[in-house]
Design a protein around this ligand. Structure first.
Ligand code: SF4
Length: 438
């Protein structure tokens, strides 16, 4: 690798983990540039002399990826390619004391709520006037909007409250002005994110206020799609379903991680619900929002999970036919309640169970997608790739769900535009289609 002259104070922010971490990096980028500091995000040019790694500390794989990234930049520092390496985010919040000893060549460690401290390293101040303004790093036409921070839920396997603290809702006015500023900068689709979006307002307004927030957001001029992520089943505010059904610019899409289906496991995982209540809620969703696409996430191999528990999960997936589904293998996380149990399901069995669920889901997804052949959908064009336009329907979130592949021969399409696409072919996890000229 060629040695290079180090350009004074050019910052490159590297983000790991989830969309909530990405929003934090975008706020960091906005504040650095707001202080006239030359900062980029995930720069390919490798010409920065300062690197900030915004880490993830959620589960084993994610933690390992964060540590590998830190070590890579520490090596670059030893080779004189970068001058300073700063680490922020969840891994730093959770393991700062240990990591400081284990990786002493990192120049400074910051927690998840310590941006003002990080800015001090650049003799910069946190600019309150930039609150609600954000330089986004996603494609211009869609953006994540975090409506709250932290989580008050007791889920036994989850370390997020250890890293993100208690639930704090963002005031409605602030969310609305942030949405307006994003739309002004070209955003057409906003993805609402939180640790638990359905808890919104309980702290601030002493009531679940997500429905009112959605209602107000749907009145933002130019906002074409509003997508709801990270709902929680217990105490689900069902008035959200009526707003979703009533407002055409709220996607008929809901991401609601359910984690398991057997009552034995739901109790152990401290989810505060049962299979019966969960299925009643799913029924409500499908009745009150016809055509809704439901995404869920499950965990395979939590301690004490029996073969019977696992078979119940498979049966649940078969019964409820989720449009979108992901599954993780259980990760034994220190200082979580589940850490007090023995991690008694072998890694191999965890993976076998996760694979088996995805095989069932592949069949379900194939049959759902086949029914879309011949139908026309409003598609948001995300990008061009190997001569095709790639887009999504309102039933698909970026990076995690299905995509629509459209040959680019018909060149009148543009990235960032909506187009009506007639589906001509389907696979388990993608659709193929052609534009319908109006
Ligand atoms: S809702 Fe449960 S799983 Fe989600 S962040 Fe909170 S504690 Fe973790």
């Amino acid at each position: 690798m060629k040695t290079k002259t180090l350009k004074k104070d050019k910052v490159n922010i590297v983000t790991l983990g989830c969309s909530k971490n990405l929003v934090d990096s975008e706020v960091m980028l906005t504040q650095l540039r707001g202080n006239k500091i030359d900062a980029t995000h995930e720069s390919k040019k490798d010409d920065a002399n300062i690197v900030i790694i915004n880490t993830c500390g959620f589960i084993d794989n994610a933690k390992q990826e964060s540590i590998d990234t830190i070590l890579r930049y520490v090596d670059a520092k030893h080779e004189g390619l970068v001058e300073k390496v700063y680490v922020s985010g969840c891994l730093s919040q959770r393991y700062r004391d240990d990591l400081q000893n284990e990786i002493p060549d990192v120049d400074a460690w910051f927690g998840t709520m310590e941006l003002p401290l990080l800015l001090k390293k650049f003799k910069a101040d946190y600019k309150k006037e930039l609150l609600g303004e954000r330089i986004t790093t996603t494609n211009q036409h869609y953006a994540y909007l975090k409506i709250s921070e932290g989580c008050d839920r007791p889920c036994s396997f989850c370390a997020i409250p250890l890293m993100r603290g208690k639930h704090v809702s963002k005031p409605i006015e602030q969310v609305i002005s942030e949405a307006q500023s994003l739309v002004k900068n070209g955003t057409k689709e906003i993805l609402l994110i939180a640790q638990d979006s359905t808890y919104y307002g309980l702290d601030l307004y002493k009531k679940r206020n997500l429905a009112e927030l959605l209602d107000r957001l749907s009145d933002v001029d130019g906002l074409e799609w509003i997508r709801l992520h990270y709902a929680f089943p217990t105490g689900f505010p069902e008035d959200v379903l009526d707003i979703m059904a009533a407002k055409p610019n709220i996607c008929n899409y809901l991401d609601i991680p359910l984690q398991h289906a057997s009552d034995h496991m739901l109790k152990l995982m401290r989810r505060g619900t049962t299979r019966e209540k969960t299925e009643a809620l799913l029924e409500q969703m499908r009745t009150r929002v016809p055509g809704i696409a439901i995404r869920t996430t499950l965990i395979a191999g939590h301690p004490k999970e029996t073969e019977a528990d696992f078979q119940e999960m498979v049966d649940f997936v078969k019964q409820n036919k989720f449009e979108r589904l992901g599954i993780f293998t259980y990760s034994h996380e220190e200082n979580t309640h589940s850490y007090s149990f023995e991690d008694d399901v072998p890694e191999e069995t965890k993976q076998e169970r996760a694979n088996a669920v995805m095989e069932v889901q592949e069949e379900i997804s194939m049959s759902i997608n086949e029914k879309k052949i011949g139908k026309t959908f409003k598609v948001l064009i995300d990008r061009m790739e190997s001569g095709n336009f790639i887009g999504r329907t309102e039933h698909d979130s970026p990076e995690v769900d299905n995509e629509v592949i459209i040959s680019s021969d018909d060149s009148y399409l543009r990235v960032g535009d909506f187009a009506n696409i007639k589906i001509t072919e389907a696979t388990a996890f993608d659709l193929y289609g052609e534009p319908i000229r109006n």
